[in-house]
Design a protein around this ligand. Structure first.
Ligand SMILES: [Zn+2]
Ligand SMILES: [Zn+2]
Length: 262
């Protein structure tokens, strides 16, 4: 088999995996939503169709770099992914997970802020904010340019930070679950976590919901660290089902002086 064909096959396989993972996780949490918050998505059906369309397109964009790297790992020993658990001390296992989440969060925060500049917002980020309010299906609802900024993160990090294959699976699982639950329209985590000490530093749906209603705040992905350091943290939001949330006008998303990053 030629290398080109093998890379294509690997990219296709990864696209399928990402697509099926999206359908299973978003579908699962959408089903849970129909049990826990009956009727929450009833009026959002046309929007959900668009969310699925953009998300499946994103699956291909995520699948291509992942497929190339997986092929290189398998055939040429690329990347710092290791399979022998004894290759690094055990304490490194959780540390590597934290390092990946922190690096991803940092990249996401700054690219996300950039995409809230008026010009970039219209080009690359308006698709994601067309979900008003978002649903569990919006987890990967990105314009291809935005999808590309997300798709390169893990394939780049595996060349920079050593990680055990199972730790990488944990990172991908956290990424998937948080991507879905943060857009679900209700809080899945218990109040003692969201309102407690952990919630002051961790991002859950209550935090990201505020980004979708107020736009120019709460840019983070997993941690509130960058938002707090940069003064863009506006605290937790509320949900439509609780009488809050709702839809902010598009001009809020791109308002303010163009030169101001927020
Ligand atoms: Zn945004
Ligand atoms: Zn979002």
């Amino acid at each position: 088999m030629s290398a080109t064909f093998a890379i294509l096959l690997s990219a296709l396989a990864m696209t399928l995996i990402v697509g099926v993972r999206y359908m299973a996780s978003s579908g699962g949490f959408a089903w849970l939503t129909s049990r826990v918050r009956p009727g929450l998505y009833t009026e959002l059906r046309p929007q959900i169709g668009r969310e699925i369309y953009w998300s499946l397109l994103s699956a291909a964009i995520y699948g291509i770099p992942a497929g190339v790297v997986a092929w290189g790992w398998d055939n040429h020993g690329w990347t710092l992914i290791y399979t022998d658990i004894a290759a690094w001390p055990l304490w490194y296992w959780p540390l590597s997970i934290l390092a990946y989440l922190f690096a991803h969060d940092t990249w996401f925060y700054w690219t996300h802020r950039l995409m809230h500049r008026p010009r970039w917002f219209r080009i690359a980020h308006a698709v994601h904010h067309a979900s008003r309010p978002p649903t569990a299906w919006a987890a990967m609802s990105f314009h291809p340019i935005e999808a590309l900024t997300g798709a390169v993160v893990i394939p780049a990090l595996v060349f920079l930070i050593p990680i055990h294959i199972a730790a990488l699976a944990v990172v991908l699982t956290v990424m998937t679950i948080m991507g879905v639950t943060n857009h679900m329209g209700w809080e899945v985590f218990p109040r003692f976590i969201v309102q407690g000490v952990a919630g002051r530093w961790l991002i859950t749906a209550s935090h990201h919901q505020r980004h979708h209603t107020d736009y120019r705040c709460n840019y983070g992905l997993y941690f509130r660290l960058w938002d707090r350091l940069c003064g863009t943290d506006k605290g937790l939001g509320s949900f439509v089902s609780e009488g809050g949330g709702g839809t902010g006008p598009l001009r809020d998303a791109v308002g303010g002086e163009p030169g101001r990053a927020a």
